[in-house]
Ligand binder design. Sequence first.
Ligand SMILES: Cc1cc2ncn([C@H]3O[C@H](COP(=O)(O)O)[C@@H](O)[C@H]3O)c2cc1C
Ligand SMILES: O=C(O)c1cccnc1
Length: 353
Amino acid sequence: MQLLNQTLAAIKPLDEEAMARAQAHLDDLTKPPGSLGTLETIARQLAGIKGEVPRRLSRKTHILMAGDHGVVAEGVSAFPQEVTPQMVLNFASGGAAINVLARHAGAELVLVDIGVAAELPDLPGLLKRKVAAGTANLARGPAMTREQAIAALEVGIEVANEKIAAGSELLGIGEMGIGNTTPSTAILAAFSGLPVEKITGRGTGIDDQRLQLKINAIRQGLEVNRPNPEDPLDVLAKVGGMEIAGMAGVILAGAASRVPVLIDGFISGAAALVATRLAPGAKEYILASHLSEEPGHAATLELLGLKPMLTMQMRLGEGTGAALGMTMVEAAIKIYHEMATFSQAGVSGALDS
Ligand SMILES: Cc1cc2ncn([C@H]3O[C@H](COP(=O)(O)O)[C@@H](O)[C@H]3O)c2cc1C
Ligand SMILES: O=C(O)c1cccnc1
């Protein structure tokens, strides 16, 4: 709890003056003002976070949290629970989508077993930080104790702090956990009050029958647990998951150390909801990479007040969208530093109206 409290207390507002300076420079580049849209927004946000737009990012780290979910007993996923540890092995040997896209982005990939239900071997790049071997079934009672939720948040903070201390200047988050679109939907429902049937999606591709089981499990979980939306730790513990908590911890640690954090799809969006309910100021340090096909994601981003960089019809998770987002951040940095200004290029400015 001490680490969590210290981290929350360290989150400070963005540097508004640096953002105004960055905006003036962006408006002086050889293009109509604002015409590079989100690339400009990213550059301005980086200036607010770092005090200036960095020339390059020396190290980028993608943190992938893996955890399991007792609620799979309700039949909410199209895949069996053993896929979670099997995919961790796949990540460790470099063959999953996130491996390809993290390599494409030039990011190191860190795997964290924060709550996988199986015992994993020692693997390259895998940090063993298991809080528990999977959550309890949220449809029948609390998924975690409050202590477990705090411990999982603090694992995320610790891992992010280690990577930041090692020189990482941009963090991405992602997850693996069969069943985890169910707790993510429950978190969104608890904070937003939106009707469960409107925000529940097909995750890994469930059929109509499983979709109904999933809606029922989420409704029952909310009824049995009565998570208090005014108490983010209560929501996280009762209807969340360990990898969701871990990702929320990474966001908070990034915000506390003024390091931007790229979120991914629906599940990392649920983590961002938890993080920003714990510390509203953390929002300024988040970059929303893409809009997932999962129906609750648009509502999640709206609640967060964030706009996604990309719409790619993706719905995988693992942080695949976040890895693509890293390449957009680097594009924004290059635009900011490599474009000529109007005076440098001898290009006339806008006419007076
Ligand atoms: C092979 C495979 C690889 C994945 N990588 C991410 N997910 C994604 O699917 C899961 C969530 O969907 P649901 O709630 O329907 O289980 C998470 O593990 C998520 O990261 C995967 C799912 C599968 C099957
Ligand atoms: O939006 C996501 O990240 C997502 C959606 C479905 C399944 N897994 C992940």
